[in-house]
Design a protein around this ligand. Structure first.
Ligand SMILES: [Zn+2]
Length: 270
């Protein structure tokens, strides 16, 4: 019924416990999980997990805060090869992160340029292979430079690449320029936090077909598990919260968000 469109099943905090994690997801009605890659090793791990579990699919890509670790000249070729795997559905997560200080000891400008280089190379590959992308974007608190830069970069791909802006935490007005270009957003457990009033008005108003639900497990547990390890089963709590805000049933929300995810990731309908 529900699809967790963004979890990190290869993460240390989940990977030792996967059969139980996936069973609990199933029991909660979270029948499919997209496990998201963040670097070369993690992407490969995700493919192995997708091979092991029918209900798990994978994405592969280099996260903006991992770009400095990539020393292999053929990193993009490796990603290209993995994208031929039948259970690899998208490139991600990729994007820009101006929140964390430069991880390679360089200047903020050089660090942002390095991130853009990796982002653009992966967007070019997505355009060439006609695959969707999963985007990470994070500004310093109270700033919008990262979002503005991201909009500039992604605008060059309008009509050629469709993206989901994962863990969206802004207002509907802030989402609008991306939605207008045909992209989607997805919501995590942050949407259940009582402090997230602006985000909740976004989740209540955004038209169906333009958003999906996710956990970002093992991070960002929804209420009532806030602060604890997150797992895909909790997609249900976030979905229930959003359904209540929209005045519809969980089943209705599950039905159209799953259709949106099936279309975006070209998942087989079940
Ligand atoms: Zn993530």
């Amino acid at each position: 019924m529900l699809i967790d469109t963004h979890a990190h099943l290869a993460s240390q905090q989940l990977c030792d416990d996967l059969p139980a994690v996936i069973k609990r997801a199933d029991e909660a009605g979270v029948t499919r999980i997209i496990s998201i890659g963040t670097d070369l090793e993690d992407s490969q791990q995700n493919i192995k997990i997708a091979e092991q579990f029918d209900q798990v699919y994978a994405t592969v890509g280099i996260h903006p805060t991992s770009v400095h670790e990539i020393t292999e000249d053929d990193w993009l070729q490796q990603i290209r090869t993995w994208l031929e795997h039948p259970k690899v559905l998208a490139i991600g997560e990729i994007g820009l992160d101006y929140f964390h200080p430069p991880r390679d000891g360089s200047s903020p400008t050089a660090w942002q340029e390095l991130q853009k280089k990796f982002f653009i190379a992966q967007l070019d590959l997505a355009a060439e292979l006609q695959l969707p992308v999963v985007i990470h974007q994070r500004d310093k608190n109270g700033e919008s430079e990262c979002r503005d830069d991201l909009l500039k970069v992604i605008s060059d791909y309008q009509g050629r690449v469709q993206a989901v802006f994962h863990c969206f935490i802004g207002t509907l007005q802030q989402a609008q320029p991306f939605l207008d270009q045909g992209h989607l957003v997805s919501f995590t457990g942050i949407a259940t936090f009582s402090s997230a009033k602006e985000l909740q008005s976004c989740t209540a108003q955004i038209p169906q077909g333009q958003f999906m639900v996710e956990t970002d497990a093992p991070y960002l547990s929804p209420t009532p598990f806030r602060g604890k390890r997150c797992e895909p089963a909790y997609t249900r709590h976030t979905a229930e919260h959003i359904a209540a805000a929209r005045g519809i049933s969980l089943e209705q929300l599950a039905s159209f968000t799953s259709q949106t995810a099936e279309k975006f990731f070209a998942l087989p309908e079940i």
